[in-house]
Design a protein around this ligand. Structure first.
Ligand SMILES: [Zn+2]
Length: 593
């Protein structure tokens, strides 16, 4: 198996954890294959995101003068990027190649596949976006927040379409099951052979409990596939998916047994589930109220496109809640991840205008917990349980099924497609490594037929094999903070982390311009460090230290204020660390009179 780590590029921000690993070449399967010699007859694959994280999906396939981009997604911020709204891919390579970009193909309408479009589309030359109706609507809805962005050009695609980009490149689209309607996989016809990118997918199951639609994968397998990529988000989850039919049945059971109102917390992006829930509510004679902006707008788009069909009068505004009896009400709400400002949080904490928790309410959490959100969801459920409501989550009953194939489904696809080479995508290194083990188990692929590359490494897909070249393309994080894109760098982030870890101490000293003597007792202001009023001894000691520092420098003829500031920063920082074991940010201010 070929595994290569990219070198850390200077002046670019990398996740701290990822960075630590990067300096050591990882050996897998007892071997690290040497780099390939660049080959102009090969197809080049580069990911600008999505190979070292879940999210920020964006990759290209390139053959000579033709570049095809797949997806342009965002990633939500992490603990070590405080204050950041989104993380998007670095597109500097594509900006240089914008004349060669033949199109941007969107596999489906989730934000980790479309969310970077408003920020990168113009930079990469505003190429035609190949997307489904639904993805187009979601993209355009978002685009309305960016009035100065150029108008995107769309080409609507559907399953079975063939797109011919050039003599060398054409793409066939096939439909896959995911958690949003109109998910697509792609078959690239290239001079080296067929390359398959299945998008994000899972199996669909019939009422008999057997997987449906495996014929698609069989047909692909018959075409002789050179390289298979695979969405490995759930490569560590054993077994098969929970069938959506089972989810539907379980939800219906809960809904039937509910005596009062039903309140379901979910994601606005799980449109398939939302459609199911509305259907069950309607069947049981309840009106449906939507609470949360993104939920309302997604349902509105899906209704307009006929993807959600409801009778007139089923969906009513939550403002009219008083007009209905409790046992006739179903409320769908965003915020099942415990997000602070989301509607479910407001309902449970008593801050929602129309909906307050009642003991007769039944709350259903129909989505999984995104890692990192465990504690806020726990708080949410604690709060709810104390108020006496009935609560169901996906651990108690099969009321959620992920949109990503678990191990047995991944293995089945590998068996049916039976590719010559394998390139796992979407997810951290360990997850892709795990999936490589599955590939060996399922179809006996040898190490040199599998590539685990990092973001920004060039994978050459040639007739005779697959591997990475020595070339490295910028693929660092680009941080979006408020209106700024890329203007928050490592320095700003480091400051934010220091402030979060140790707080800050401002020292204001007034000195005589001529003599350099301290004129009055230095002022010390702190935030988030220790409560200084309760630490008078420390305060006095710091003041004395500052006086001493300045006294020593005042012997010099012209004490440079910057020099004094540096001394204060170093020596007071060191002193405070000795006394408190904390490292606040020290901001010295010298006023010369
Ligand atoms: Zn998705």
């Amino acid at each position: 198996m070929t595994t290569q780590k990219a070198k850390t590029t200077q002046n670019t921000y990398r996740k701290r954890t990822g960075q630590a690993n990067r300096s050591h070449p990882v050996k897998l399967g007892g071997e690290t294959k040497s780099k390939r010699q660049p080959n102009s007859n090969a197809v080049r694959f580069i990911a600008f995101g999505g190979l070292e994280e879940i999210g920020r999906n964006m990759m290209v396939l390139e053959y000579r003068d033709d570049v095809i981009v797949v997806d342009a997604g965002l990633q939500f911020p992490e603990e070590d990027t405080p204050g950041i709204d989104y993380i998007i891919p670095n597109t500097s390579y594509l900006e240089l190649k914008k004349r060669k970009i033949r199109g941007l193909i969107i596999t489906h309408g989730h934000y980790d596949h479309i969310g970077a479009i408003p920020y990168v589309l113009e930079q990469i030359g505003n190429p035609t976006i190949y997307a489904t109706e639904l993805a187009k609507e979601i993209i355009m809805k978002r685009q309305s927040d960016f009035p100065n962005a150029p108008k995107p050009n769309f080409h609507i695609i559907k399953g079975g379409d063939k797109l011919k980009f050039s003599d060398n490149f054409s793409v066939e689209i096939f439909s896959v099951e995911h958690s949003i309607p109109e998910g697509f996989g792609l078959i690239f016809n290239t001079p080296v052979g067929k390359i398959v990118h299945p998008g994000e997918f899972k199996f669909d199951y019939g009422n008999d409990g057997k997987p449906k639609g495996l014929g698609v994968w069989e047909n692909i397998g018959k075409q002789g596939i050179h390289t298979l990529m695979l969405d490995i988000t759930n490569s560590s989850v054993p077994g098969w998916s929970v069938s959506e039919r089972v989810v539907e049945r379980e939800l219906e059971k809960i809904f039937k047994s509910a005596e009062g109102r039903i309140i379901v917390g979910t994601f606005s992006s799980l449109l398939d589930r939302i459609a199911e829930i509305i259907k069950i509510g309607e069947k049981l004679g309840r009106v449906v109220m939507l609470s949360g902006y993104s939920l309302k707008s997604n349902v509105e788009i899906a209704r307009r496109l006929g993807l959600i069909k409801v009778k007139k009068g089923t969906i009513v505004p939550v403002e009219e809640i008083r007009n209905y009896k409790d046992d006739k009400i179903l409320i769908l709400s965003t915020g099942a991840q415990g997000e602070e400002k989301a509607s479910l949080m407001r309902i449970i904490s008593g801050g929602h205008r129309q909906v307050k928790v009642k003991k007769t309410d039944t709350f259903v959490f129909s989505s999984s917990v995104i890692p990192g959100n465990e504690r806020s969801i726990q708080n949410l459920k604690d709060n709810l349980a104390r108020q006496g409501a009935h609560i169901y989550d996906y651990k108690m009953l099969d009321i959620h099924s992920s949109g990503h194939a678990p191990q047995e489904e991944l293995k089945k696809v590998m068996e049916l497609v039976n590719p010559k080479h394998f390139l796992p995508i979407h997810g951290n290194f360990f997850m892709r490594w795990q999936n490589a083990q599955l590939a060996k188990e399922a179809i006996g692929l040898a190490n040199e037929k599998i590539v685990l590359a990092d973001n920004g490494l060039v994978v050459e897909i040639a007739k005779d094999g697959i591997g990475v070249t020595g070339e490295e393309i910028p693929a660092s994080y680009v941080l979006v903070d408020g209106l700024g894109v890329g203007d928050v760098g490592e320095v700003v982030l480091r400051d934010r982390r220091t402030l979060a870890d140790g707080g800050m101490v401002v020292i204001i000293a007034v000195i005589n311009k001529k003599t350099g003597q301290v004129l009055k007792n230095p002022d010390i202001i702190s935030r988030g460090f220790v409560y200084l009023r309760d630490n008078q001894d420390l305060l006095t000691a710091v003041r004395n230290k500052i006086r001493n520092i300045i006294k020593r420098t005042s012997n010099r003829r012209s004490a440079d204020p910057d020099y004094i500031k540096a001394l204060i920063r170093d020596q007071i920082g060191e002193f405070l660390f000795k006394k408190t074991q904390r490292r606040p940010m020290i901001l010295p201010v010298i006023i010369e009179l």
